[in-house]
Design a protein around this ligand. Structure first.
Ligand SMILES: Cc1cc2nc3c(=O)[nH]c(=O)nc-3n(C[C@H](O)[C@H](O)[C@H](O)COP(=O)(O)OP(=O)(O)OC[C@H]3O[C@@H](n4cnc5c(N)ncnc54)[C@H](O)[C@@H]3O)c2cc1C
Length: 392
């Protein structure tokens, strides 16, 4: 039995659930408070027209051997299958698909650094699709770390059944180890009373020895009130400078396969930077149909015109679009539901200056770790600190 047992997790997104699964499995008493009426945040899906339309993620995990695989398979032993459908491709100017291997990506990266225009354009589509930013908006050290991690962790995989299968498996683990998940419970304050926290939600005050925050890091000072000063100046500067990353995603269902690979980067389209076709990896995901998910940066100016240009991009690639496809969702990610809660390279740290208070999620991505790999790595650091601290 641990001397510290009660953990309250703010948010049932992927970060909160990964932390909840690891800690509940390790004997902690876990309660997850989620403000929405569903579990999974931006990493789950809703069934519509017989296909799983994601709330965020395009049914893809960035690396075959990254922190997501480490936590889901090696540490939690979840019954989740990660399908490797091969490397991504680039749709070149000539209309040809070119496979993007680790070596090819490294060469493109180096060429882009020395100012090669084609390489720059391709790298921008990769960054924009994966990170929501152009190369010149990401610190060079972060881009180098990202490229090194592609070499180390390899290319993407698709969870069989889509992202919700991961969430369902995490929930099952948490609940089977006595953890609780409470929906419609928005946390609006955290008090610190002697050596414990009191987490306020829905008129209740839950005592906790450890708080893991999966919400946006920049709301933490408001939740803490006066005590926020303990977070330190660096934290407050991060809050002041924080710019979540925004994007537009369009989901289309098609009667036939469109792309040769499950991820295709499109540097030469008008506005879309890339597509995911998860049904290339898992044909059973959409009952025989194909799901195509586009992603693009949300630019300043008219959203309607950006959507219009995106639809033109779709039609330039799928020439029989009007007869074989149906647009099933157009989603704008910004404000409280962004692409990333902190822009790549400007992330918060998982371990705060307040003992017992931890941050996880995509506002806390360690260097070079993108999307859910950053979420998983932040969880690994926080959970190992919590459990390691107790072991001492
Ligand atoms: C369009 C798009 C495509 C993407 N594609 C991919 C992809 O294919 N692969 C990939 O790896 N990543 C992808 N990502 C990124 C990925 O979806 C996110 O990094 C990941 O889901 C973030 O998880 P999280 O737990 O950090 O945050 P969230 O999913 O946002 O979870 C945070 C949770 O906290 C809750 N919360 C917030 N405040 C409070 C409060 N005060 N009280 C209680 N609860 C609160 C929220 O409601 C939410 O449920 C994509 C993102 C977008 C937007």
């Amino acid at each position: 039995m641990h001397s510290i047992t009660r953990v309250v997790i703010i948010g049932a997104g992927l970060g909160g659930l990964l932390a909840g699964a690891l800690l509940s499995k390790d004997g902690f008493e876990v309660t997850i408070l989620e403000r929405m009426n569903f579990i999974g945040g931006r990493f789950t899906s809703f069934e519509k027209y017989g296909v799983p339309i994601p709330t965020g993620a395009v049914h893809m995990i960035p690396h075959r051997f990254g922190p997501m695989k480490t936590l889901l398979i090696d540490r939690l032993h979840l019954p989740v299958e990660l399908i490797d459908a091969g490397r991504p491709a680039i749709l070149d100017q000539s209309g040809e698909y070119i496979e993007l291997g680790g070596g090819g990506a490294a060469k493109l990266f180096l060429k882009s650094i020395i100012g090669n225009k084609r390489a720059n354009r391709i790298m921008d589509s990769i960054y924009e699709f994966s990170i929501g930013l152009r190369g010149n908006e990401i610190p060079l050290s972060e881009r180098i770390a990202f490229m090194n991690l592609i070499r180390k962790y390899s290319h993407h995989v698709t969870p069989k059944g889509g992202v919700k299968s991961v969430i369902d498996a995490l929930v099952e683990t948490i609940q089977s180890h006595g953890g609780r998940i409470r929906l419609n419970h928005e946390v609006n304050a955290i008090d610190m009373v002697s050596d414990q926290f009191l987490v306020h939600a829905k008129g209740e005050r839950l005592p906790a020895d450890v708080v893991v925050a999966n919400c946006s890091p920049d709301i933490i000072p408001d939740l803490l009130g006066e005590t926020h000063r303990l977070l330190g100046m660096k934290f407050m500067k991060r809050v002041e400078d924080n710019h979540p990353v925004n994007g537009i995603k369009i989901a289309v269902v098609c009667s036939h396969q469109v792309f040769p690979r499950s991820i295709v980067f499109t540097p030469y389209l008008k506005i879309i930077s890339g597509f995911s076709e998860p049904t290339v990896a898992d044909p059973e995901m959409a009952s025989g149909k194909h799901l195509i998910l586009s992603h693009q940066k949300l630019r300043p100016g008219s959203i309607e015109s950006q959507i219009k240009r995106a639809m033109e991009d779709f039609k330039s690639i799928i020439t029989d679009f009007d007869t074989s496809c149906k647009t099933v969702a157009i989603q704008i990610f910004r404000g409280e539901y962004p692409v990333n809660r902190a822009s790549q390279g400007a992330d918060f740290e998982p371990i705060t200056k307040i003992p017992g208070l931890y941050l996880v999620g995509d506002g806390v991505k360690p260097r070079g770790h993108i999307m859910t790999e950053g979420v998983a790595k932040s969880v690994e650091i926080a959970v190992d600190h919590i459990t390691g601290g107790l072991a001492k």
